[in-house]
Design a binder for this molecule. Structure first.
Ligand code: APR
Ligand code: PHB
Length: 389
């Protein structure tokens, strides 16, 4: 088999890249190790920045997002039983759209299938070779038969545990990581959200987050220990713990119900650089991870794909490699700013078991300054709605 761009991974990064390339007549094949249902079964945040909304429009999958997505002009931060409103609209003139990542993935999958574009599911890529030459090749097994796909370029959109990063010579890549000393226990439930906006809760007992997927489906999180076992958290225990961290009004308004999904996720900040190795490019979670506190994971994948798709379009269109050559530097400039914001939000809002009294006072001062200063609130808002591409 041969194509122009071989894409590893049918998550948001791979699917979005495939749509944009196809729109510009660039042939591409996606190889995905899981089934479509497995990929759609992933429960992940969907707070969509304007830049990503525009990318999804460009990819031809913005209609349902704009019809069903919830426009959020601000967010709430709960401190010492009080709710503080941060108005993105007043401070930046922008808003975000709340629309689950699962729905984005579904829309992209359906659009790809409608175009008759090739996606090979249940096929794990086991090798990426010759990417330092002009004809890279990826090797995978499908139904027990070893196959290979030759291409001009390989886009490793294969996530944190993918093969892309692992295929690069050890000395050619630098990794930066911070693992946080806690996790998030998340629950999805078909109950109405406790508030029209998201509520980021800071509490001595631990962080909590009240989010949503629609007007009838809510997503809640409580900070938990990394040694916690999700089996030890009954629905009743989860709801009681969440209530204990909420302000009195939200506690009273909270509608509880049976969980339809419950899981614990670790939190890490991670960046691999550079993001290009000859004709192999890393994009999305393959190159970086952010703690979910700033809701940047999906949005960073979109900006990577913006830079990479433009580079490939210029290569095939104007016959210029300037944008491809600039990909890694341009993507990393935005990635590091989002890493900073996600780390800052996490440091400010979570309870750190081993923190000193000085560190706790720094945390309190950071929060008080952020909520009392228009300049500081504007800084939070402009990062949350998304920095320019
Ligand atoms: N061969 C084929 N497919 C692979 C391989 C492999 N060796 N390794 C990983 N994959 C697939 C995974 O099964 C997954 O479907 O690559 C895909 C990577 O998708 P994601 O992990 O969702 O990463 P990405 O597309 O970059 O999306 C980033 O997802 O994790 C969230 O918070 C993150 O919202 C962000 C978004
Ligand atoms: C979510 O809805 O899952 C969500 C929203 C905002 C975040 C993190 C997760 O910052």
């Amino acid at each position: 088999m041969r194509t122009q761009v071989a894409i590893i991974g049918a998550g948001p990064s791979g699917l979005l890249l495939g749509q944009l390339l196809a729109k510009h007549g660039i042939a591409n094949v996606i190889v995905e190790r899981q089934s479509p249902d497995y990929v759609l079964g992933r429960i992940r945040a969907g707070v969509i920045e304007t830049g990503m909304q525009n990318m999804l429009d460009e990819a031809g999958v913005g209609t349902r997002m704009r019809a069903e997505g919830l426009v959020h002009d601000g967010t709430l931060i709960s401190v010492s039983d009080r709710l503080h409103h941060i108005s993105f609209k007043d401070l930046t003139g922008k808003s975000v759209l709340v629309y689950g990542q699962t729905e984005i993935t579904r829309d992209l999958m359906e659009a790809r299938a409608a175009k008759g574009l090739q996606t090979i599911y249940d096929a794990e890529v086991t090798e990426i070779a010759n990417f330092d030459g002009h004809t890279p090749v990826i090797r995978f097994k499908k139904d027990g038969v070893a196959q290979e796909l030759q291409a001009d370029f390989v886009a490793a959109c294969d996530g944190y545990h993918g093969i892309g990063r692992r295929s690069v010579p050890q000395g050619a890549i630098q990794e930066h990581e911070r693992v946080y000393p806690f996790g998030w226990l998340g629950v999805l439930a078909d109950v109405p959200p406790v508030n029209d906006e998201l509520i980021y809760v800071t509490n001595p007992k631990g962080f909590a987050l009240c989010s949503m997927r629609s007007k009838t489906r809510s997503r809640y999180y409580v900070q938990c220990s990394l040694s916690d076992d999700v089996e030890a958290w009954s629905d009743a225990r989860f709801w009681d713990e969440l209530k204990s961290r909420l302000d009195p009004v939200s506690r009273e308004q909270l509608v509880t119900g049976p969980s339809i999904e419950k899981s614990i996720a670790p939190l890490r900040s991670f960046v691999a650089e550079p993001m290009r190795f000859g004709r192999l490019f890393l994009a999305g979670d393959a190159a970086h991870i952010v703690p979910p506190t700033g809701a940047k994971g999906l949005n960073l994948a979109a900006s990577d794909i913006y830079y990479l798709s433009r580079g490939l379009m210029e290569h095939y269109g104007e016959k210029s490699d300037a944008a491809l050559d600039a990909y890694s530097k341009r993507a990393l400039a935005r990635i590091w700013k989002a890493e900073r914001f996600s780390w800052w939000m996490t440091q400010m809002l979570h309870t750190f078991p081993e923190s000193s009294s000085f560190e706790r006072n720094m945390q309190r001062a950071e929060l008080e300054y952020t909520l009392s200063s228009k300049a500081a609130s504007t800084a939070l808002a402009e990062n949350y709605v998304g920095l320019p591409y």
